[in-house]
Write a protein that binds this ligand. Structure first.
Ligand SMILES: Cc1cc2nc3c(=O)[nH]c(=O)nc-3n(C[C@H](O)[C@H](O)[C@H](O)COP(=O)(O)O)c2cc1C
Length: 204
């Protein structure tokens, strides 16, 4: 059984919603066990409450918290983060910076890695954020899986949409008012399915 691990950070819930779609896509694949975890939130409660993030995070408070040990058990790891100035969030960065033992032990070498992202705006650094995750995967010796153009939704020009060959994405608008669209969720499901299919082959 191949373990497919979806691990995300989300402040206001958009990346979590996309994580759900990715996990749904992966769950349909035979021979896989799909796990979903969130990285520890490091902002103080006072600040989360002041920005409305506290209430938003209650939506996914039931999702268990990730540890490096859990990540080490996976055969494929799909990482989601909101963008922060074209980078992954500091919460996600801190999580990966705590994987030194996995790195020294070569524990993630040969495993599959894929990534997804949330941005406020259409050209706000989605792809550069995804490559910060892929840089980390490369240092761990992982194999990167993106979204191929056979997933037609990444070429949708009829509406504004996140999602690219680099990975699924969602656009929240600067005030957070936009929820992931069906086009974006569909790209997420395809990405999850694709990673799970490769994971099942890798383990099989
Ligand atoms: C400190 C900070 C920096 C951000 N930088 C960007 C940015 O560079 N480009 C962008 O489009 N959105 C940016 N955003 C917006 C977030 O990426 C957006 O709110 C997030 O993806 C929503 O996902 P979430 O609901 O899962 O937290 C930034 C937000 C914060 C708080």
């Amino acid at each position: 059984m191949a373990i497919v691990q979806v691990v995300f950070h989300s402040t206001y819930g958009h990346v979590w919603r996309l994580a759900e779609a990715i996990a749904d896509g992966a769950r349909g694949v035979n021979g896989t066990e799909v796990r979903q975890h969130r990285v520890p939130e490091l902002l103080p409660e006072e600040m989360l409450r002041a920005t409305g993030a506290w209430d938003a995070q209650q939506q996914f408070a039931h999702v268990p918290v990730a540890t490096p040990e859990l990540i080490g058990e996976a055969d494929a790891i799909i990482v989601g983060t909101p963008t922060r100035f074209g980078n992954m969030s500091f919460q996600m960065r801190a999580f990966w910076d705590s994987t030194v033992n996995l790195w020294f032990g070569g524990k993630l070498e040969g495993k599959l890695g894929s990534a997804f992202v949330g941005t406020g705006t259409q050209h706000g650094g989605a792809e550069s954020t995804l490559t910060t995750i892929y840089n980390t995967f490369i240092h761990h010796g992982m194999l990167i899986i993106g979204v191929p153009y056979s997933v037609r939704e990444i070429m949708n020009m009829d509406e504004i949409t996140g999602g690219a060959p680099y990975g699924a994405g969602t656009l929240s608008n600067v005030d957070g008012s936009r929820l992931p669209s069906e086009n974006e969720l569909s790209i997420g499901r395809s990405q999850g399915k694709r990673v799970a299919e490769f994971a099942a082959k890798l383990v099989g």
